[in-house]
Design a protein around this ligand. Structure first.
Ligand code: NCD
Ligand code: ZN
Length: 332
């Protein structure tokens, strides 16, 4: 059995810097025709100058693969002039509530105090990408944040807002409430619940923000993905950390999936007899929603066993050592 995917896109990806960038960028670029690159570096990518340098670094690290990096700026109180200058070089601006996740300390503390920036982004048609978690109880953070999404979507009806890496049934139903909301969902949130993280021995390699939730949340995400909700896109949130930052007290949040995303998804969609739905979820919806035109590539997957490597450089992937039933045979 085999499957061909055209120009797959990863709409939420962390590539980091320096040696880590050199290890992980080719692992995404070998399978994906493009990816939305997150700006939460140290320091964050919050000026056009830093963005252009980082773009050059990413392209260099991706090597000869046909791969378009879609860059994002880290949200701050930008001026109109800054937004106009940055627009041609970015796909959107990523808003992190201050302290919500890895490297988000300089994020926003009062989200609704930034209305003047959302207003300008709406006028300039620059999408707003959001890490949607409050500072409440960890399992309730995304649910609580839904009021912020409602508020933003109502007050700025022409602002294109992406709810990044949604993990709850509540966020899935929000998609149907507002035309200007869209969402990314990760492969790991389609596969895991909190039980996989802390239900037995604690597994740091599947710990991320937002944490995996309840079985009914996973079921709602999976149903929306299998039906290819027209405003749902695959965004892996592949977020590598060196093994000593994961296997330690104070484990860093982030799951590394970049090299196994497509096999994981094909296996899952195959199990649910929905292989024909995968193309929209991993590429077509994103192309339509963001108006991007990635390089034309074809990824050829075959139903043959693959054992997930124990590590890539200093990074341990999700499900290291596990055997899955599909693999990438060729990219052309
Ligand atoms: C991400 C990271 O490591 O940069 N971590 C994570 O757990 N997902 C940041 C993020 O997207 O929240
Ligand atoms: Zn992320």
């Amino acid at each position: 059995m085999e499957l061909l995917l055209r120009s797959p896109l990863d709409m939420h990806l962390h590539l980091r810097q320096d040696e880590m960038l050199d290890v992980v960028a080719p692992l995404s670029a070998q399978h994906f025709a493009g990816a939305v690159i997150m700006p939460n570096l140290i320091p964050p990518i919050n000026s056009l100058e830093r963005l252009l340098c980082y773009t050059t670094e990413v392209k260099r690290a991706a090597g000869d693969h046909r791969f378009d990096p879609y860059m994002t700026l880290f949200f701050r109180d930008y001026t109109h002039e800054e937004l106009v200058a940055a627009k041609p070089f970015i796909i959107g601006i990523k808003l992190y509530p201050a302290g919500a996740t890895t490297n988000s300390e300089s994020g926003v503390s009062q989200i609704m105090a930034m209305e003047h920036v959302y207003e300008m982004m709406q006028e300039l048609d620059i999408p707003l990408l959001v890490h949607g978690e409050t500072h409440g109880f960890v399992m309730d953070r995304e649910h609580e944040f839904c009021d912020v999404y409602r508020n933003l979507a109502t007050r700025f009806p022409r602002l294109r807002i992406t709810m990044e890496h949604i993990t709850t049934e509540a966020a899935v139903s929000l998609l149907d409430e507002f035309e200007n909301l869209r969402a990314t969902v990760t492969p790991h949130h389609l596969l895991l619940t909190l039980d996989d993280v802390v239900g037995g021995l604690m597994n740091p390699h599947v710990f991320c923000k937002p944490v995996a939730k309840r079985p009914e949340d996973r079921a709602a995400l999976l149903a929306a993905a299998l039906l290819t909700h027209p405003r749902l896109m695959m965004g892996s949130d592949s977020a590598p950390h060196p093994v000593d930052r994961k296997e330690s007290s104070g484990c860093a949040a982030g799951i590394f999936t970049a090299p196994i995303i497509l096999p994981l998804l094909v296996e899952l969609f195959d199990k649910h007899n929905a292989l024909e739905k995968l193309q929209a979820f991993v590429s077509d919806n994103a192309r339509r929603l963001y108006g991007v035109e990635p390089p034309t590539t074809t990824v050829h997957l075959v139903k043959e066993q693959m054992t997930i490597p124990m590590s890539y450089g200093s990074v341990v992937p999700m499900w290291a050592g596990r055997t899955i039933s599909w693999r990438v045979a060729e990219v052309s």
